[in-house]
Write a protein that binds this ligand. Structure first.
Ligand code: PGA
Length: 255
């Protein structure tokens, strides 16, 4: 019997603003690898740009690979030219939405309050929110990592969150796309602080939330990072674009 307080690990790929119709070949290669190799003990998710969600969700149907989105609008529908609602994303066949990625927080000035509203919209659409937090280089140098992450956790996670509808991703901003990663000890420290904050707020069920690490995860460092305490998977950018690299990261969950 599965322990209800044991998080279900997830290896998630964030394609960011990359991917044309030809990129569905990478999904085909990933599905082939997943179908032919040992089944991993983690879920597998790819978050392509909006334009590929419907096609890739149809392509992944019948496989264990899930398809998600990288952002959504906080409103259900309405006069928001160019925006996409969580309901539209659900309708396209996605199961997860990343909210509060540091590139959204930085490029679009998204506050933790907005991120929380987007997570609520995600829940209302029946989808799983992957809520991202993480400190900048300057905040880290100033010794403020736990303070910054603690504040983002407190203000970005809606009250209605539970392990079934919410995953947290710790992504130090300075580690994203840079090839630099924190030490395994530093990752474990931050994840343990996040775990404590979740338990303080949600009680014992706070133990069940999956906590992903993200930032320069690649096949060569995945096993070490995924073995850290309270790390229940990865959110992968650059190395998720090629099926061989992404599958090499999933290998951390094949015994
Ligand atoms: P990276 O990006 O793996 O390319 O560092 C991670 C992310 O932004 O989710």
């Amino acid at each position: 019997m599965t322990d209800p307080l044991q998080p279900t690990p997830l290896t998630a790929g964030n394609w960011k603003m990359n991917g044309l119709s030809a990129s569905t070949g990478e999904l085909a290669a990933l599905i082939h690898a997943v179908n032919t190799k040992t089944a991993p003990t983690c879920g597998i998710l790819i978050c392509p740009p909006y334009t590929l969600i419907a096609a890739m969700a149809a392509q992944a149907a019948g496989s264990t690979v899930m398809i998600g989105a990288q952002d959504c609008h906080a409103a259900y529908s309405g006069a928001h030219t160019g925006d996409i609602s969580a309901d539209m994303i659900a309708d396209a066949g996605a199961t997860h939405i990343i909210v509060g990625h540091s590139e959204r927080r930085a490029d679009h000035g998204e506050s933790s309050e907005l991120v929380k509203a987007k997570a609520v919209a995600t829940h209302q659409a029946g989808l799983i929110a992957i809520i991202c937090v993480g400190e900048t280089d300057a905040e880290r140098d100033a010794g403020k990592t736990l303070e910054v992450v603690g504040d983002q956790i407190a203000r970005s996670i809606p009250d209605g969150s539970a392990a079934e509808n919410t995953i947290i991703a710790y992504e130090p901003v300075w580690a994203i796309g840079t090839g630099r990663t924190p030490t395994v000890e530093d990752v474990a420290d931050v994840h343990s602080a996040i775990r404590s904050a979740l338990v303080a707020r949600f009680g014992a069920s706070g133990q069940a939330f999956a906590l992903l690490y993200g930032g320069s995860v690649k096949p060569s460092n995945a096993s070490e990072l995924m073995a850290a305490a309270n790390v229940n998977g990865a959110l992968v950018g650059g190395a998720s674009l090629k099926a061989t690299d992404f599958d090499g990261i999933i290998d951390a969950y094949r015994v």
